[in-house]
Design a protein around this ligand. Sequence first.
Ligand code: SAH
Length: 254
Amino acid sequence: MVRAKKHLGQHFLKDQNIAKRIAESLIGDNYDAVLEIGPGTGVLTQFLIPRFEDLTVIELDRESVAYLNENFPSLKNKIIGGDFLKMPVPEIFPKPFAIVGNFPYNISTQIVFKTLENKELIPEFAGMFQKEVAERIVARPGSKTYGIMSVLVAAYYHAEYLFTVEPGVFNPPPKVQSGVIRLTRKENYQLDCSEKQLYMVVKLAFNQRRKTLRNALKSLNLSLSEDKMYLLGKRAEQLSLEDFIFITKSLETP
Ligand code: SAH
């Protein structure tokens, strides 16, 4: 038995069926390698092993790493004891790979942003977050949860909300519900504008999300063509990815 540690965001899944469903959330048809983040005692891992020959896991908790080494000898050198946020991704995965996990909720957002940073190598991503984060990732324009993460994820991935998981199936139970999502990289995920500028515009717009873009983006001195001026009367949460890209491009071509 591994004792759950709060500071590592450990909530171990007790329900085998849900673990199996998460492991099956990966479609798995355009890559060989898979990385599980935060395997803990391997409840998901056991269902990933028969599906994926080239499975690596990364786990920060030493006690869990020892447990995995003892109970999953077939993973041998594929158990990395360490912090996913510090992992040099292209060094360890020179070829495309997928990410899966019942993720440590204390670093949810950072896992998503690190995935975006390495999108060239990551065609698929599936796993569990606290429900509120899962909803923010998949949110569409016009919804309350639509925000920076929704837009930046949508720039590169199709995002799907798969199912909700109740607190009672974890040990210890978290305070909130959880949600399982899947991201599938778009066929053509090259942006039509500078990524850096897009991130800047999206952040600026959502940092003052109750204001119209005319006010929130004042510092950019936007000059939009007549037929797109109406965008400035909207608020960030009403804009689609395409609208944000349009605004970003207008910065580049004066
Ligand atoms: N997958 C297991 C455990 C989920 S809890 C299950 O479903 O039962 C999240 C796990 O992530 C914990 O085991 C925790 O130790 C691990 N973890 C926390 N921070 C991490 C990090 N930065 N890198 C890798 N693993 C981490």
